[in-house]
Design a protein. Structure first.
Length: 314
């Protein structure tokens, strides 16, 4: 039965493509009444949240939303969209007592302590050390990172600017490909290259290298072509991107001491799961990428950010 007590909350994950809402039990950190909307079907987050609340007979008066973007004071800016809103605006429009805004990478990092074996897929490394930091990397239209650190019987989340690290080449072929990608995405940092735009640019470079004239325009097209096995350049793109992601992840784990594990989140790692699970993340043509013993997991659970949003007000 849907509860509306002060120990329940509306939780949401707000992205440029999807809007997820649910009711969370703040004590048990369980999720119920989950819906997944397309962002393009609504003119605003307020309209989407109103539609969700209208579908419920009763609902709590407090909310916590994980934002894929940035938060300046109380104003949320959704990545790659012009939409902005504040918690106070939602409170007034929807008659809510309080609205908490939290960065999605922060929410995901908080929730890593709740993840079980059915919520993740291990792709590299050995066993996790329970009392060591965990690193979280979200890969999609932008790259974000955070570190969860244990201490005093609880976990604290530290934001990270790891995406700003320079991403260099391992050999001459790597350098040529990276130079092509740098020119197209306009940056030499990991946060510019290990993104959906970076993968598309990499695909174009690999196609040109093979003498092909066409190119893929989206990550979805690259993944479809690679899965169907009809285009070797698409397979090469995923393998090279996996190698680059492995190198970046290895550096991040070594720099932060994240022996509690590295967690990859976002639509891209999830959709690349089979490719990365076959060892692409660790090596291409015998070149080591991820060599740390810390385990690497791909988060497959869709409710991770929602549970992290609930933890922000627990």
């Amino acid at each position: 039965m849907l509860m509306s007590s002060d120990r329940h909350a509306i939780v949401g994950e707000i992205g440029s493509h999807h809007l997820r809402f649910a009711i969370a039990d703040i004590d048990e950190l369980t999720i119920d009444h989950l819906v997944n909307f397309k962002a393009g079907d609504f003119s605003s987050v307020q309209q989407a949240l109103f539609a969700y609340l209208k579908s419920l007979a009763k609902y709590p008066k407090i909310a916590s939303l994980a934002i894929a973007g940035s938060i300046e004071k109380d104003r949320a800016h959704i990545a790659n969209l012009s939409r902005t809103f504040t918690g106070k605006e939602l409170e007034a429009a929807l008659d809510l007592d309080s609205v908490t805004l939290i960065a999605d990478i922060d929410a995901i990092a908080r929730a890593t302590e709740l993840l079980g074996r059915h919520d993740v897929r291990k792709i590299a490394g050995m066993a996790a050390l329970a009392d060591k930091p965990r690193a979280v990397v979200s890969v999609g239209e932008k790259l974000e990172a955070a570190i969860a650190v244990p201490g005093g019987g609880k976990w604290s989340v530290l934001p990270s600017k790891a995406g700003g690290m320079f991403f260099g080449a391992a050999d001459d072929e790597d350098l040529w490909l990276l130079e092509q990608v740098w020119q197209e995405v306009g940056g030499t940092s990991a946060g510019s290259i290990l993104t959906s735009a970076g993968m598309v640019a990499l695909s174009g470079a690999i196609s040109r290298q093979a003498g092909a004239t066409g190119r893929y325009s989206t990550v979805a097209e690259i993944l479809a072509a690679a899965c169907e096995g009809k285009e070797p350049s698409a397979v090469d793109t995923l393998e090279r991107f996996g190698l680059w992601l492995g190198r970046f992840s290895n550096d991040l784990v070594l720099a932060t001491g994240a022996e509690g594990g590295l967690y990859l989140a976002g639509e891209m790692p999830t959709r690349m799961l089979e490719v990365l699970s076959k060892g692409t993340f660790e090596a291409v043509s015998g070149s080591a990428a991820y060599s740390s013993t810390a385990p690497v997991f791909i988060i497959t659970a869709l409710n991770t950010a929602l549970r992290g949003a609930a933890m922000a007000i627990a």
